[in-house]
Every structure is written in structure tokens, then in C-alpha cells.
Design a protein around this ligand. Structure first.
Ligand code: CTP
Length: 400
């Protein structure tokens, strides 16, 4: 997301108000201008100094401050997006009724910006017909509801009603403003790294965490795509809104890809594939006494899934590979990429450098995308989410 947005974060009075601090912080760190509107009840749970320090802006609470600048409407008019987290049952009822007895109510009514709410309350309150009805009213007006999650509530009970995790609230809120340029498109993404069993307890594998692949799935879903994520041994969770097909080995991956690739518009092979698998897999745990001091492992080559996809692709289907290289020299790395895309015949290849401390497992990435002629299409650097979005800018342009 490139543009700096003016985001109003409404904080209302629930125990979960302390988690709003992380929502505000995440939005500020993502480069946005955040204005907090807190209800009086919210300020019983979290203090103004905290909200001001984290949002880096004055916190607004009263209808009767800033009257000369007509603040009760100015904040809402200037907003690109309104996020209310946590949203209590009381606030949800007031929003549904269109009440304007506090600054937050006025701000929402005075705004044309999309509204995202993250409810938090006890299960009984969330499931009460009054709340169910109020939520239905808000949804019918186009309000986006994030969560609530199911889990431990304040006190000893647990169930639906827990505030959704701050990262998920941020993701869902920013997704509202994303252009839906992949609407109606089906995208298949593979992520993680395959593992090949040696025996019931051991495997050969690689260090791919799946972070870049999950970021790609999140980015595609935010742009309106119907996403399938084939996940090989992920170290990170994919959002619950994404359809995930778990696999472990390369052969399982190959079968899942073949099945899912048939009617998609694009396939992105971000998964790191184990190129070889043990020829024999022991049924029981291998014992040192039986194996001896030196081990020779017989390995057989796995099929090249990407090359197979490119060979059988239907007209118009876009096939995108990833290439993880340890080559330190940029030009030499590009040459390896050019040879690889020629060998595999994909439409695009995303090159990224990996190493002991680079690429795999980190939150940042630097990539170069080349096309089938070897020309550089684009380069991107930053968080894996930013990189994912730049990759889709290029994919959208090609699909059009
Ligand atoms: N890939 C695949 N099937 C394999 C090996 C790789 O589909 N058996 C895909 C990967 O998902 C990735 C691309 O091919 O999108 C390149 O993977 P990479 O490991 O960089 O290339 P390799 O073909 O393994 O070549 P090398 O090991 O020689 O670098």
C-alpha cells in the first residue's frame, strides 16, 4: 500500500481497549496518519498519553473541544478509513441506530469513508439477538466486521467474542481500500518447503518458512482473488479466510498442484522444493547399530513441478516461478535466473537471494522479476507483504 492514508481509529470501552494500542502502532508503522477518537469509557481502560504517544497525534474525546474548527464533523470528513477497535456491544448498537451523542458517533456519521469494526464482548452479548440484528444492519450498510475470534475472554470463560488479533484487524482494514483488480480471478500459490521422509521421525528439507508465499496469498485475497494456498510445512499461519491445502512431500505437492492448477488464471510457485527424495523410506526409526559409522543415502530426483505446469498450461494461464540463489554477484545471479527460466519455460521468474541469514525465515525480502526473454520486469525491496503486492502489480498487468 503506497499512499499515506488518514485513518481514524475509534477506541471504545472494553477490556480489549489495551490491544487497540497495537492496532494504532501497526497502522502508524505502515506509514499512515492515525487519529484516535476515544470514548470516555475507553479512557477508563487505556490512557490518553499512551494513545497520543503511539498515534503521534492528539487524541480526541469530547464533542465540545475544537468547536471553532467544527471538529465533530472535520475528523470524519478528512478520514480515508475508520477503524473501530474494540467495538463494544453498546457502540455497535449506537452505530446501527445512527446515534451521535459522542464524538465517535458524529465522526462516523460525518464521514463517507469505509468503516471497519472489530467487535469484542462476552459470548452471550455477541450472540444476543439485539447484537446479531445490529451487526446485520451495519453489514447491510457496507461496514466490514473483523472477527470476533473464538478464544479466552476476560474472566474464566472462553468462546466467540475475543477481539481479533491486531495484525489481522490491520490487514482486513487496509484490504478494504485495495483496488479489487484481481476480482473474479483464481490464483494458486504454493508456499513453504517440502520435506522428504527418511524414516518415521526424520526428513530431508530446507529452511523456507513460507512467509513470502503466505504474504502473496494475503495480497491476492485483498485484491479480490479467489486464492488457493498449497502449504508445505509452514512456520507461519495463513489467515483463516484463505483456503489452505497442506502437503508435506514433493510428490504430495505435485499431486495437489496438478489438481488445483487446472482452472486457475495464475500459478505462483513460491515453495522451495526438495529436488531429491530418499530412494527407500525406512518403516521403523533407523538405528545407529544397524547403520554403522558412515551413511550413504541413495536419493532419486523429484519431478520438476514448475516445468510440468509450464508444459501443460492452458492458453492465457500465467505460470510464475521463484528462484532462490546464493550467488552473491547480482549479474551472475541474473544469469542463473535467465538460464532457469529458459529451462523451466515459465512466464515470469522471481529471483531472490537466500543464504544463512538472507531470504529464508526473515521478514524482509529483495527480489528481481524477469520475463521469459530474461528482461528485468521489476525490482522490489521491503517487507514480504510489500514485495508480494509489487509482484501482483506485475501479475495484474500481465493478466489484463
Ligand atoms: N521447482 C519445482 N519442482 C522442483 C524444483 C523446483 O516446481 N522439483 C520450482 C520451485 O518451486 C521454484 C522454481 O522451480 O518456483 C525454481 O526452484 P529452484 O529451487 O530455485 O530451482 P531448481 O530447479 O531446484 O534448480 P537448482 O537447484 O539447480 O537451482
Amino acid at each position: 500500500m503506497g499512499r499515506r492514508l488518514n485513518i481514524v481509529v475509534g477506541v471504545t470501552g472494553g477490556i480489549a481497549a489495551y490491544k487497540a494500542v497495537n492496532v494504532i502502532r501497526g497502522l502508524v508503522l505502515a506509514g499512515h496518519d492515525v487519529h484516535v477518537v476515544a470514548t470516555d469509557a475507553a479512557l477508563r481502560f487505556v490512557g490518553t498519553p499512551t494513545l497520543e504517544a503511539i498515534s503521534r497525534n492528539t487524541v480526541h474525546t469530547s464533542l465540545y473541544e475544537g468547536v471553532a474548527e467544527v471538529r465533530h464533523v472535520a475528523i470524519g470528513q478528512a478520514a480515508d478509513l475508520i477503524v473501530i477497535a474494540p467495538a463494544t456491544a453498546n457502540t455497535i448498537a449506537k452505530l446501527a441506530a445512527g446515534l451521535a451523542d459522542d464524538l465517535l458517533g458524529n465522526t462516523v456519521l460525518a464521514s463517507r469513508a469505509p468503516v471497519v469494526i472489530a467487535p469484542a464482548m462476552h459470548t452471550e452479548m455477541w450472540q444476543h439477538p439485539a447484537t446479531v440484528n445490529n451487526i446485520a444492519v451495519l453489514v447491510s450498510r457496507g461496514v466490514t466486521v473483523v472477527g470476533p475470534a473464538v478464544g479466552q475472554l476476560t474472566g474464566t470463560d472462553s468462546g466467540p467474542g475475543r477481539l481479533e488479533e491486531p495484525e489481522e484487524i490491520i490487514r482486513a482494514a487496509l484490504a478494504v481500500l485495495q483496488p479489487k483488480d484481481l476480482d473474479g480471478r483464481r490464483i494458486l500459490i504454493t508456499a513453504g518447503g517440502t520435506r522428504e521422509a527418511l524414516d518415521p521421525v526424520r526428513y530431508l528439507g530446507n529452511r523456507s518458512s513460507g512467509k513470502q508465499g503466505v504474504a502473496l496469498a494475503v495480497a491476492a485475497a485483498a485484491r479480490g482473488a479467489d486464492v488457493t494456498l498449497i502449504a508445505a510445512n509452514l512456520e507461519v499461519a495463513a489467515p483463516s479466510s484463505i483456503r489452505v491445502v497442506p502437503v508435506i512431500s514433493t510428490l504430495e505437492l505435485a499431486a495437489a498442484v496438478q489438481d488445483a492448477a487446472r482452472d486457475v488464471d495464475a500459478v505462483i510457485m513460491a515453495v522451495a522444493v526438495a529436488d531429491y527424495r530418499p530412494e527407500f523410506v525406512a518403516d521403523e526409526k533407523l538405528k545407529k547399530e544397524a547403520v554403522g559409522d558412515r551413511v550413504m543415502l541413495a536419493l532419486v530426483k523429484n519431478p520438476d513441478i514448475l516445468a510440468g505446469l509450464a508444459e501443460t498450461r492452458r492458453p492465457g494461464q500465467l505460470i510464475i516461478g521463484f528462484a532462490a540463489e546464493t550467488e552473491p554477484d547480482r549479474d551472475a545471479m541474473l544469469e542463473l535466473g535467465r538460464a532457469k527460466i529458459a529451462r523451466k519455460n515459465s512466464d515470469l521468474l522471481v529471483l531472490n537471494r537466500v543464504g544463512w541469514s538472507e531470504g529464508f525465515g526473515t521478514d524482509q525480502n529483495t527480489i528481481v522479476m524477469i520475463d521469459s526473454l530474461g528482461a528485468i520486469v521489476m525490482e522490489a525491496s521491503g517487507s514480504k507483504q510489500t514485495v508480494a503486492d509489487r509482484i501482483f502489480d506485475a501479475v495484474v498487468a500481465r493478466l489484463a
